[in-house]
Write a protein that binds this ligand. Structure first.
Ligand SMILES: *Cc1c(COP(=O)(O)O)cnc(C)c1O
Length: 351
């Protein structure tokens, strides 16, 4: 007898971020701020008071409340997840069934298609135009022509760094019958959130994460925000103890530190703008080998035929960025890290 993996598993490979130690990591869109010593001390004290023999709160109430207060929401509209990654999986798995179609976009966050393939739903893919913008008319038509049950996309988009205006997103929600999942992982850096409007729609879920602007990628914490009916359905569909007590405890402390969060986000926005301007200057000095998109996020997306070469040359110098075929994606780092990047990039582009 011989056991064989099924078709969908046979094709899968584990997610593998780059291994090894590199001094400058600009590849994962993380915040470059680590938390303050006083926040760390507060966390250590709070963790020491956890009842480790007990299961966590299945509703993650305290951390959902701190999150809701930070964004001006009602906690009854919030579900917490083990990273928003988990929530993407739960949503695709439970709001679609066999035979359904879902609409994703390209380029966009790869996890949507990954979970769709695990769920065995058919993916209809909207190809963004050359300028990497989303045309809402085309999305609406594609969704309705294919009778899709779910539309999922990131706004602003990872990897393009481009945001879509609220009015356009509202149209996609109103003019289709699909559940629309808007992944606002980077919305803290942009100005068009729909997170406070979820009660106005029967088909909107907004996803948020603690991994980017909040600077807490290590603790794995994400949120789904939607009307009470959808929230109830999600609560029922997720695994009961999906967010561990340590993460709930830390998350509550971090989201309550509102002033520092806002300050850090502002600083990251300013550094991203500076990085974009510096890259643009470098580009013009080198005869424009790059097409640089104006970022609405904490990273810069660049089209270039020299992506592979640039990636490898930077890696050899200890600087990690993301290589995506004809594109590269560079996360904003500290002023010092950005300077190192620009210096090395200059040598590569001039060479
Ligand atoms: C980073 C990122 C996430 C974050 O996922 P977590 O699991 O919460 O770390 C979600 N969506 C997009 C588009 C991202 O870039």
């Amino acid at each position: 007898m011989a056991y064989e993996l099924n078709e969908k598993l046979e094709k899968l490979v584990p997610y593998e971020p780059i291994k090894g130690i590199y001094p400058v990591r600009l590849d994962a869109n993380e915040s470059y701020f680590n938390i303050s010593l006083s926040a760390k001390m507060q966390i250590i004290k709070a963790i020491s008071e956890i009842c480790f023999n007990r299961y966590p709160d299945p509703t993650s109430y305290d951390v959902c409340k701190a999150f809701a207060d930070f964004y001006g929401l009602d906690v009854r509209n919030v579900v917490a997840g083990n990273g928003s990654d988990e929530l993407i999986g739960v949503i695709i798995n439970s709001f679609t069934q066999k035979g359904d179609k879902i609409l994703t976009m390209a380029p966009d966050f790869s996890m949507y298609k990954f979970y769709a393939s695990l769920s065995e739903v058919e993916v209809v893919e909207y190809q963004k135009s050359d300028g990497l913008v989303i045309n809402p008319d085309d999305v609406i038509k594609m969704a309705n022509d294919n009778n899709v049950k779910l539309i999922i996309f990131s706004n602003p988009c990872n990897p393009t760094s481009i945001g879509l205006e609220r009015a356009d997103v509202r149209r996609i929600i109103k003019e289709t019958n699909a559940l629309v999942v808007v992944d606002e992982a980077y919305m803290d850096f942009y100005t068009e959130p729909l997170i406070t409007e979820v009660n106005g729609y029967d088909n909107l879920i907004v996803l948020k994460t603690a991994s980017k602007a909040i600077g807490m990628a290590a603790i794995r914490l994400g949120f789904a925000v939607s009307n009470e009916k959808l929230t109830y359905a999600l609560m029922a569909a997720k695994s009961p103890y999906n967010v561990n007590s340590i993460t709930q405890t830390i998350g509550k402390i971090i989201y309550s530190d509102r002033e520092n969060l806002r300050k850090a986000t502002e600083e990251i926005k300013n550094s991203t703008e500076k990085l974009y301007n510096d890259l643009s200057k470098l580009n013009s000095k080198c005869g424009y080998p790059l097409i640089i998109y104006k970022p609405d996020t904490n990273f810069v997306f660049i089209k270039t035929e020299r992506a592979e070469e640039i990636y490898n040359a930077l890696l050899a110098e200890g600087v990690v960025i993301r290589n995506m075929g004809n594109f590269i994606r560079i996360t904003t780092g500290t002023a010092k890290e950005n300077k190192i990047l620009l210096t090395k990039l200059k040598t590569i582009l001039k060479g």
